[in-house]
Design a protein. Structure first.
Length: 456
């Protein structure tokens, strides 16, 4: 441990107490990686577990003065390597900042610390008869992590992303100074910046009315292109979720979970893909009206059938099966997920492209997508040795990102850049990369906050 770091930690022990600081052999392996498949382990020099904004401010002030890198970490559920200390230094854990602070009934707001789990935010909203819509799928992620990546998910089509529900935030800047977003609206750039511009220590969230009625429709199709084209037409029905489900991923996941909820065959013929359409309404009559409109449109859409999921148990089963895609794919011998954004009008072309490309590389590609918001999850799997797989998936990733950029897509996707996509971000989104570099220079000129991520 270098002298500057040692002096800074000694100073922090006096400010925070020794119990908050972990060194060397006392650092658990959980702090050395996140959920990035194939990611390397990086051991920080120290871990500091903060419980207050003052703890965070003191830590950043000491590290800023000594030029020590600081990597902010929540639950570590990210899939881009965003919360690991690739440059060493200090991991600043916010998992102990897990209090729900206040609920304002009149304003319909919830103020929380960043370590509160998404599932607890949603439960608290529901306890007050309200709804917190952003739902990226990983319920054990922290709300601070969601804010840092501007997480979205299936509900983004109708309700928007995490940033759309943040009314205020307490931010600690690189030098340890504390600001409120409401006082400094130009600091909104921090939201979605993956801990590279400032540290979020408090969030005030907007809650909305819960829909009174909802239903899920499953629409199977003979082929993927017809399915995606139908989805584009169904956006006008204002669904709260519009999910394209590749039959390959449905079949694989169902075999792993033993919960084959989604159709694979229809009248003895293998289907190409399924749409999962969630509709909401203020009454059963309103919902029935929309469902009838979809049924009338079904011939034009060329869907093979309409399966109605309308009981609480069945709806839970459908969403559980949908959310199991990620964990199911992890059981493959070799597997890697790519997450990108692609315009809906190019989604069919892109899906066909990555399927063909996977075959060329000896990979089986399985995918699903949030059609309206453009998010696509691409899983490449193979039964081969690790070295061969890494070569194949590296080539596959590079060509996939290039095609995504060519079609006007977003290679960042829902998971962020982290360290895993930094070079691809630079290569395929040079203007966005340059813009973020400028922000980084403005907010963190010393470069201590989450170095090696997004840009670097």
């Amino acid at each position: 441990m270098n002298t500057a770091l040692n002096e800074a930690l000694t100073r922090l022990e006096g400010l925070l107490g020794q119990k908050c600081i972990y060194l060397a052999d006392n650092i658990g392996q959980d702090y050395c990686h996140d959920e990035l498949a194939g990611g390397k382990a990086y051991t920080p020099d120290a871990v500091i577990e903060a419980t207050t904004t003052e703890d965070v401010a003191a830590t950043l002030k000491c590290c800023f003065d000594a030029g020590i890198p600081v990597t902010v970490r929540g639950a570590g559920t990210g899939k881009a390597g965003g919360s690991v200390a690739v440059k060493g230094g200090v991991v600043l854990s916010l998992k102990g900042m897990n209090k729900i602070l206040t609920f304002d009934d009149g304003k319909r707001t919830l103020t929380v610390q960043p370590g509160v789990l998404l599932q607890d935010v949603k439960a608290e909203a529901e306890a007050h008869g309200l709804n917190y819509p952003p739902d990226p799928g990983e319920q054990t992620a922290t709300i601070g992590g969601n804010a840092s990546t501007n997480a979205s998910g299936p509900s983004a089509l109708k309700y928007g992303k995490t940033k759309d529900y943040i009314l205020d935030a307490t931010l600690v800047l690189a030098d340890g100074s504390v600001v409120k977003l409401s006082d400094k609206p130009e600091y909104a750039a921090v939201l979605g910046s993956e801990g590279t511009l400032a540290v979020i220590t408090e969030l005030t969230l907007r809650l909305i009315e819960r829909p009174k009625e909802d239903v899920i429709l499953l629409l199977p199709f003979a082929d993927s292109e017809t399915c995606i084209n139908a989805a584009i037409k169904l956006i006008e029905r204002d669904p709260s979720a519009l999910e394209y489900l590749d039959t390959d991923i449905v079949e694989f996941s169902g075999s792993v979970t033993g919960n084959p909820v989604f159709p694979v065959e229809m009248d003895g013929e293998r289907i190409g893909a399924t749409l999962m359409l969630q509709l909401e309404g203020e009454s059963e009559d309103e919902l029935d009206e929309v469902m009838e409109a979809v049924a009338e449109q079904s011939e034009e859409l060329e869907c093979l059938d309409i399966l109605v999921v309308d009981t609480p148990t069945l709806k839970r089963d459908v969403w559980a099966a949908h959310d199991a895609f990620h964990t199911s794919m992890e059981t493959a011998k070799c597997e890697r997920e790519l997450n990108i954004g692609i315009p809906a009008q190019h989604m069919a072309e892109f899906a066909a492209y990555v399927k063909r490309l996977g075959e060329e590389k000896g990979l089986k590609v399985m995918l699903y997508a949030h059609v309206g918001s453009g998010g696509m999850h691409i899983h490449a799997a193979a039964d081969m040795d690790k070295e061969s797989f890494e070569t194949a998936v590296s080539d596959f990733s590079r060509e996939t990102y290039a095609k995504c950029a060519q079609l006007g897509g977003d290679i960042v996707g829902e998971y962020g850049v982290g360290y895993s996509k930094t070079e691809s971000f630079r290569a395929f989104a040079p203007e966005s990369y340059a813009e973020f570099e400028a922000l980084k220079s403005k907010f963190d000129p010393a470069g201590i906050l989450n170095p090696g991520k997004v840009v670097g």
